[in-house]
Ligand binder design. Sequence first.
Ligand code: SAH
Ligand code: SF4
Length: 434
Amino acid sequence: MNIYDSARIRDALETLGYEETDEPTEADILLLNTCHIREKASEKLFSEIGRLNAFKQERARQKKETLIIVCGCVVQAEGAEILKRSHTVDIAVGPQNYHLLPEMVARFHRKNGRVLKADFPAESKFDYLPKTKATSASSFLAIQEGCDNFCTYCVVPYTRGCEYSRSAAEIIDEARQLVETGAKEIMLLGQNVNCWHGSGAADFGELLYLVAQVDGLKRLRYTTSYPSKITRSVIRAHAEIPQLMPYIHLPIQSGSNTVLKAMNRQYTAEQYIDIVEQFRKARPDIAVSSDFIVGFPGETEADFEQTLDVVRQVEYASSYSFKYSPRPGTPAALMKNQVPEEVKTERLIRLQALLLEQQKKAYEKTVGKTLEVLLVEKGKKKGQLIGYTPYLQTVHVEADDGYLNQIVPLKIKKASATSLSGELNCDINKKTGF
Ligand code: SAH
Ligand code: SF4
């Protein structure tokens, strides 16, 4: 979501004549987009500001002005604190106010006044942001933001606000813009993407059918799905829409019903497993991934064992797992039965070892097969490209730049736990990929 937001911030600043650069010494504006989800992410902010300040000072010696702008959820949570602690920050802007950035920058130049904007405005930023363009052959598109679920550990409902869905017409329009500017694949984004309830389609499942019809769109994905809000239409979409990739990110968080209840997750482990089975019935090769939190307050060894049991039962293709991080203002942070750090660490190591073993198996299963791979970037080695299989597995291949941004059938030769290496069939046409 932050990658998508950064692209929209770029679009907004382009209206003032700015251009994107990766070279900080060239930048008149240094932008820092922040995440508040876990303490570790938030902590990075002040050291990053220090790093950016070094560029600002260096440019000041050359008589060049530099604005430091901090964006994102940390601003939403502690914007005033950021301006107080870091005098070098000129503008701080929360995630629902990005459309106001051009005006804030112009105002800063007029009055040289530091500004903080972190309220939840009545208008939607999407109605005011200018048209966007593809960031690569695989581009993001936010369709839904915010959350009304209030899991007891999570800051999202406070930092991103309540659930908001864009209309189907607006989404399709943006999907067309992305395809016209080079996207072959679109990843629909939402804090709970399947809770989408915008106008123009009955539900998220129906929206998938509509977006898949956009001319020239070859691949469609979405993330993140909330398990108990999966509807039949989403499952059917995986059986019927050829562009919809066989991959579902479905975070369970914990395999213990006691912990799930304390987390205020609205499903049981049994219901979750049933949903996974329905996906697999519709699309037998579908890759399933999840998020896990270990060491939630009150989690016992027996609870944790239940998480391991679910992992063994589901067999994940990939996953993200985290130690529970107490976040200020959330109910779980005040729970008395916090789990000691060393227990969290030990559980995370055990869980990650099991998940990695499963991921390795999923990667190894592809060896010898020919898979369609969307080549999206250049590798570190000269003459190497990197792409993704339909199952979102990373593939490296020796191929010249003519194949970049193409979907190409690759014979998978080798697998490690985190990537594949493939080989081009020499009959492939560079322009079409086939
Ligand atoms: N809406 C999605 C998740 C969005 S947040 C869902 O409900 O599934 C992304 C992930 O960050 C979560 O799935 C969770 O695993 C993790 N996360 C959120 N808050 C956390 C916290 N306080 N400590 C550790 N991990 C957390
Ligand atoms: Fe956070 Fe997801 Fe729960 Fe919403 S559903 S509160 S985003 S973990």
